[in-house]
Design a protein around this ligand. Structure first.
Ligand SMILES: [Zn+2]
Length: 54
């Protein structure tokens, strides 16, 4: 099932696709910051939201 990872702060889509990624991978891919709102991303406490795409 495809998944979508969004910024908890602004709702920016950080990742979308079929491959299951851990929040850490997504965060590293964006150098630890949301490209839209600039918020520092972390997995603990979670600042991203992982949702299945239906
Ligand atoms: Zn954001």
């Amino acid at each position: 099932m495809p998944q979508r990872v969004i910024c908890h702060e602004c709702g920016e889509i950080l990742y979308e696709g079929d491959d299951l990624k851990t929040p850490d991978e997504i965060i590293q891919r964006h150098n630890g910051r949301c490209p839209k709102c600039g918020r520092k991303l972390s997995s603990v406490p979670s600042s991203v939201e992982v949702k299945p795409i239906k």
